[in-house]
Ligand binder design. Structure first.
Ligand SMILES: [Zn+2]
Length: 327
């Protein structure tokens, strides 16, 4: 017998018997063992019975609310706080309003002297932890003593960018990702991947987002994802166009020399293991290592770099502990 098939067979038997494989009879993909994690970010999660518990907290962060429940919760928050209001800025191909939450001390006329931070979640709708963390952060700003975060900045939050994809849920959409229990779909109802559409802007959702960017001219733009299918020690990663490729070198220096050290320090103080945005050289050969390529302007942070708008792509956390204070 050839040694190669024997080795593959032995490895297959070992893998099938290992606890990392799916439970017997399970149709779930085998995932690496879950890392137990405890840290300061857990204190951001409110207890059951709290009147302002978010829909995801209600489920122990195992599920995520649909568009209607997300919007209803945010509208209740806006009705309870003068710091929060909601605008619609577009409509999806399936007819859903695109909403942006505006957190500000300036009312409807934002102070032009204050920079705007624009954060979006759910560009890939199955990667939705940023939405659930954003709801928690908005609650804490509006009602729980964190309003001073708005002293020098206006915070704009798009809870779901790809709304139609967000509503196309299944427990089997992302088998190589840990949670939520039912996940949205990567592309839009027109099968467009929004994070490849920044330059051509085929999608009505992208045209609406570019309109929002033009209207509010963010000083910092953040695009929140979740890493699936790549297992490393970092529990959150974030990055931007790397210096050798940057079309906006001054913005790159600000991100690398000022933003990253402060964000890393805040995350580490909360017990996290932040790392750079990285991709595998070859998804099937982890021994080849990780790297950060040049990102073309069809990606959010490549587009931001080209437009001289400091732009960050964040990914994680792998264990769904929200990072509302850190990021
Ligand atoms: Zn993504």
């Amino acid at each position: 017998m050839n040694i190669l098939p024997a080795a593959i067979l032995a490895a297959s038997i070992a893998t099938a018997a290992s606890p990392a494989a799916g439970p017997a009879g399970s149709d779930r993909a085998p995932l690496p063992p879950e890392q137990v994690w405890h840290g300061a970010s857990e204190k951001l999660v409110v207890k059951p019975g709290d009147p302002w518990i978010t829909p995801s907290e209600k489920t122990g962060l195992t599920a995520t609310p649909d568009y209607a429940e997300t919007r209803a919760w945010l509208e209740r928050l806006a009705a309870a706080s003068p710091l929060i209001r909601i605008e619609t800025f577009g409509r999806t191909p399936q007819g859903r309003d695109m909403i942006v939450v505006i957190a500000s001390r300036d009312g409807s006329a934002l102070d032009p002297a204050k920079p705007v931070l624009l954060v979006q979640a759910g560009i890939h709708a199955g990667e939705i932890d940023g939405k659930d963390a954003g709801l928690m952060l908005l609650r804490d700003i509006a009602l729980r003593g964190k309003a001073d975060l708005l002293d020098k900045v206006n915070f704009l939050f798009v809870p779901i960018f790809n709304i139609d994809g967000h509503e196309r849920t299944s427990p089997y959409n992302r088998p190589n990702q840990r949670g939520p229990v039912s996940q949205g779909w990567r592309t839009t109802a027109q099968n467009i991947n929004l994070n490849r559409d920044y330059m051509k802007a085929d999608a009505p959702e992208m045209q609406a987002m570019l309109g929002l960017i033009n209207r509010y001219d963010p000083a910092l733009y953040m695009d929140l994802h979740v890493s699936d299918g790549l297992d490393f020690q970092y529990d959150i990663t974030f990055g931007f166009q790397d210096a050798p490729y940057a079309q906006s070198p001054a913005a790159n220096r600000w991100l690398e020399q000022l933003y990253r050290p402060k964000a890393d320090a805040a995350l580490k103080a909360a017990g996290h293991v932040p790392g750079p945005l990285v991709l595998a050289v070859d998804d099937r050969r982890p021994e080849d290592g990780l790297f950060l390529p040049r990102f073309a302007a069809n990606f959010s942070h490549g587009y931001g770099d080209l437009r001289h708008m400091p732009s960050i792509l964040g990914s994680g956390p792998i264990n769904r502990i929200p990072l509302a204070s850190g990021m």
